[in-house]
Design a protein around this ligand. Structure first.
Ligand code: BG6
Length: 460
C-alpha cells in the first residue's frame, strides 16, 4: 500500500486510536514511503487534520528509531486532506482517483455511514489493488453483515478486505498461540478431559465516556462479546493451525467459531445488567439511564455474560464464560483456565486443595499459574503459590499491529467474511431472547463488582 486514506479524519477513533497506532508503527521504520490522507465532511477541516497528525506524530518521535523518525516527519509534512460526503455517489470515487496508488481506505465512520458509502461506490471507481478497511461492528446482525460482505465482494477481492478487530492486534491474544502450542506442559492439557471451565473476562472501570450515540444502540454484548471476546475464545480453543499463515490461521479460527453456540436456556446462560448511579475511580458516575443521549427504554445492557459451548470432541461439555461490562469497581481483563482436580490425593494432606488455574492477563500483560504446594512449615499442608510472569510489552499498539497488516497487504489479523457472519450467528439467539424480555435486565451500582450472585469476584 502506498497511500492510507482515513475517512472520518476528525473523529474520535481516528484521534484516540488510529493515529497513535499508526505513528508508533511508522516510528519503527517498517512502512517507509507511506503517504497519509484524511477526509471528512467539513470543507474547513484541512488545518485541523494537519495539526492532529503533527501533534500525534511529534509525540511518537521519542520512541522511534532513526529511520522511523525520518518517516514520521515526512508523512506528517506531506499529509493532505479532502472534504466530501462519501455517502454521495461519485465522491469517494473521485477521491480514490486522485490518490497515489495502491491505496487503503480506512472507514473510521459509524457503521451506517460506512455501509452507505460502500453501497454507492461503483466497482469501476475502485482502482485495482485498493484495500478496504472496515471497523467493527461489522454490520448489526448476521443478515446485515452478509449484505455488507456482498457489497464489498463486488468492489475488491476478499484478501483486500480488512475487517478490523483490534483484539487480533493485542500481543497477549497472539501470545496465546505460542503459549498453548509451544509448551508441552500446556499443549496436551487444553482438552475437556483436563479443563473444567474457561472464563474470558473484560471488566472495565470506564463508563459511557460520552459515547452514548454509539453505545446505547450496541450494549456490552455487541460491543465486546460479539467479536472481541469470541476471537479470544477462538485463540484459546482452536486446534493447532498447520501454520501461522493467513489461510491456516483463519481456517482454525473459523472452524472453532463455526461449532460455537450459546445454550438455549438463556435465563441462565446469558445474563445482562445495567449500571445505576455510583462512583468509579473516585469520580461520581450518573445512572446509565440518565446519561445524555441514552434512551432508557432501549434497555441497553452495560454488562453482559454469556456461556458459550464448543461442539467438538476437544471441548464437549466445557463451559466458556464470556463477560464484559462498563463502570465496574475493578478493572479485570483476563482469561482464566480452570483445570479439573488432580484426581487422587493421598490421605494425610492438610490445607487447601484447589484446582490449578492458568490466568492470562490482557493488560497488564501477565501470566499466572496457580498451583498447590507445601506451605510454610509443615510439608504436608498445602498452600497456594502463584508462578507469575510479566510479559514484555510489545513494540506496537494493537492498532499499529493491525495497520501493519493493512499496509503490507497481509489480512491474517483481520476478520474473514465467514467469521464476521458467524460471530453474529452465535450471539443472535441471545439478542432475540433479550429483546423478547426472556431475561431480566438486572442492575448494579457503578463502581461495584456487578449484580449480586454473578460470576466469581475478581481474583486479583
Ligand atoms: C472497543 C469498544 O472496541 O474496545 C470499547 O468499543 C472498549 O467499548 C474497547 O472499551 C476495549 O478495548 P481496549 O483495547 O481499549 O481495552
Amino acid at each position: 500500500v502506498k497511500t492510507l486514506l482515513i475517512l472520518g479524519a476528525s473523529g474520535d477513533l481516528t484521534g484516540r486510536l488510529l493515529l497513535p497506532g499508526l505513528a508508533g508503527l511508522i516510528g519503527t521504520g517498517r512502512v517507509p514511503g507511506l503517504v497519509l490522507a484524511g477526509a471528512d465532511a467539513a470543507d474547513s477541516g484541512g488545518q485541523a487534520w494537519r495539526d492532529r497528525v503533527q501533534k500525534t506524530f511529534g509525540e511518537a518521535r521519542d520512541a522511534a528509531n532513526d529511520a522511523g523518525r525520518r518517516d514520521l516527519d515526512e508523512v506528517a509534512a506531506g499529509t493532505t486532506y479532502r472534504a466530501g460526503d462519501v455517502t454521495q455517489p461519485g465522491v469517494l470515487g473521485r477521491m480514490l482517483a486522485e490518490l497515489e496508488g495502491p491505496a487503503a481506505v480506512y472507514f473510521a465512520l459509524p457503521p451506517a455511514v460506512t455501509e452507505a458509502a460502500c453501497e454507492v461506490l461503483a466497482p469501476e471507481e475502485v482502482p485495482e489493488g485498493t484495500t478496504l478497511v472496515l471497523e467493527k461492528p461489522f454490520g448489526t446482525s448476521r443478515q446485515t453483515a452478509r449484505a455488507l460482505n456482498r457489497t464489498l465482494a463486488r468492489l475488491v477481492p476478499e484478501p483486500n478486505i480488512h475487517r478490523i478487530d483490534h483484539f487480533l492486534g493485542k500481543a497477549t491474544v497472539l501470545n496465546l498461540l505460542g503459549l498453548r502450542f509451544a509448551n508441552r506442559l500446556l499443549e496436551p492439557l487444553f482438552v475437556s478431559e483436563h479443563v473444567a471451565k474457561v472464563e474470558i473476562v473484560y471488566d472495565e472501570e470506564l463508563a459511557l465516556e460520552g459515547r452514548a450515540g454509539y453505545y446505547d444502540r450496541a450494549g456490552a454484548l455487541r460491543d465486546m462479546i460479539q467479536s472481541h471476546l469470541l476471537h479470544v475464545l477462538a485463540f484459546l480453543a482452536m486446534d493447532a493451525p498447520a501454520s501461522l499463515g493467513e489461510r491456516d490461521l483463519r481456517d482454525s479460527i473459523a472452524a472453532t467459531l463455526e461449532v460455537a453456540s450459546v445454550p438455549e436456556d438463556f435465563a441462565r446462560s446469558a445474563r445482562r445488567a445495567r449500571y445505576t448511579e455510583g462512583s468509579s475511580q473516585g469520580r461520581p458516575v450518573p445512572d446509565y439511564a440518565a446519561e445524555a443521549g441514552v434512551d432508557a427504554s432501549r434497555g441497553t445492557e452495560t454488562l453482559a455474560q454469556v456461556e458459550v459451548r464448543i461442539d467438538n470432541p476437544r471441548w464437549a461439555g466445557v463451559p466458556f464464560i464470556l463477560r464484559s461490562g462498563k463502570a465496574l469497581g475493578r478493572r479485570r481483563k483476563e482469561a482464566v483456565v480452570t483445570f479439573r482436580p488432580a484426581g487422587h490425593l493421598p490421605a494425610g494432606f492438610r490445607g487447601r486443595d484447589s484446582p490449578t488455574r492458568l490466568r492470562i492477563g490482557f493488560g497488564p500483560d501477565t501470566l499466572v499459574l496457580e498451583l498447590d504446594v507445601n506451605g510454610p512449615g509443615d510439608p504436608y499442608t498445602l498452600d497456594r503459590v502463584d508462578l507469575r510472569a510479566d510479559l514484555n510489552s510489545p513494540d506496537l499498539l494493537p492498532y499499529g499491529e493491525v495497520l501493519l497488516g493493512v499496509l503490507t497487504g497481509d489480512p491474517t489479523l483481520s476478520v474473514r467474511a465467514d467469521t464476521a457472519e458467524d460471530c453474529w450467528r452465535i450471539v443472535e439467539p441471545v439478542m432475540a431472547a433479550w429483546a423478547a424480555g426472556e431475561v431480566p435486565l438486572e442492575e448494579y451500582p457503578a463502581g461495584s463488582g456487578g449484580p449480586a450472585g454473578w460470576a466469581a469476584p475478581p481474583l486479583t
